[in-house]
Design a protein around this ligand. Structure first.
Ligand code: GTP
Ligand code: MG
Length: 333
């Protein structure tokens, strides 16, 4: 903090939702703003026995003092947004930028009917890619044109930059992951925008000199939904034996699984300019770490893994996820 941006270092689903909710509770940011692609991302937040799946509302919503914003770079589906505002009871403290692009049924239909997207690329078919294509062609609708959204419309960049001028804390949430970036990822098996840290800043209208920390989140193993290369991919049976099987938040598809990849992690750190790393699901790989909040309490194997990451990647691992709830974290910041 004061201005921290958090992004995924692999293929999305690194557990950003949980990390953001932890930082939101712990650091009490004045503003939590979501950049990234749109409702093709799913974030899971678990807190006080409740579990939320979010595709539009910022994952930091569990801090009820924070102002929540969605930046103009984000594509927005009004129905999903309005339902989530109700679910999270965030009415009155959430705003969306007037220039968010609007996903319409025609965008979803186009993706559903596209063999290229649904069969080859393995798209989530949320309509985001088609919406961004229309946006590039300058024919998409913007949020300020939708009457159901009128009470949420704000100037996100202005709000954030005023907060930063007043030395307030701001947390910027990324979506997807580095290797799903349109520019730096595994094209064509990727999303429809760049999703690295600098893109998230651009999505919400914050200049690069205003960022104090970039936290890149990795999971203790690698998962990927949809098509594209996954080095070291484990057969289903092996993934199951290790307890690493997961299902997608948006699509429900079983995720493909591989062990932690140091080469991918190193490059992700460079692409994002990471100042800190977070590693989630250490307890899934080393079950005796479950629920731990203290580094010294972790098993030798888990500590060795963290030390190996730090020595190979040369960025400190400051946050370690040890369970599904927002507060199941070892915080070494
Ligand atoms: P992002 O898309 O990066 O926000 O991640 P996600 O929320 O989609 O990640 P995923 O769907 O893989 O996470 C789903 C579940 O993993 C949620 O129930 C989280 O609470 C849980 N989770 C996150 N971090 C940890 C962790 O460190 N340990 C364990 N056991 N579960 C975690
Ligand atoms: Mg996800």
């Amino acid at each position: 903090m004061p201005c921290t941006v958090l992004v995924g270092g692999f293929f999305g689903d690194e557990g950003k939702g949980k990390l953001i909710s932890y930082i939101a509770l712990k650091d009490d940011p004045k503003i939590i703003a979501r950049g990234g692609v749109g409702p093709n991302a799913g974030h899971t937040v678990e807190h006080e026995g409740k579990k939320f799946f979010l595709r539009m509302v910022p994952s930091g919503f569990i801090n009820t003092n924070s102002r929540l914003l969605i930046g103009p770079g984000v594509a927005l589906t009004p129905d999903i947004f309005l339902k989530e505002v109700e679910l999270t009871k965030t009415y009155g403290r959430i705003g969306i930028d007037r220039n968010c692009a609007i996903i319409e049924d025609k965008h979803i239909n186009l993706e559903e009917n596209s063999e290229h997207l649904s069969k080859k690329i393995g798209s989530t078919k949320s309509g985001v890619g088609a919406c961004n294509a229309d946006r590039a062609l300058r024919k998409v609708k913007y949020a300020h044109e939708i009457s159901d959204l009128s009470k949420y419309i704000v100037d996100v960049s202005q709000e954030i930059n005023i907060a930063l001028e007043n030395e307030e804390r701001v947390l910027l949430e990324g979506t997807q992951g580095t290797y799903l970036s349109l520019y730096h990822g595994t094209y064509p098996f990727c999303t429809s925008k760049d999703v690295c840290a600098s893109a998230i800043c651009s999505d919400v209208g914050v200049g690069p000199t205003k960022i104090d920390d970039v936290i890149v989140v990795f999971k203790a193993y690698v998962t990927r939904v949809g098509s594209g290369t996954l080095e070291g991919e484990l057969p289903h049976q092996e993934a199951k034996k290790r307890g690493w099987i997961e299902y997608g938040t948006v699509t429900g598809r079983e995720r493909r699984v591989a062990p932690f990849n140091f080469d991918l992690a190193k490059t992700a750190v460079i692409l994002n300019g990471a100042t800190q790393l977070a590693i989630t699901k250490i307890d899934v790989v080393f079950p005796d770490c479950k629920g731990s909040e203290n580094f010294e309490e972790l098993s030798e194997e888990a500590k060795n893994f963290i030390h190996e990451v730090e020595s190979k990647i040369k960025v400190p691992v400051t946050l370690i996820g040890t369970g599904p709830s927002a507060l199941d974290i070892v915080d070494r910041r």
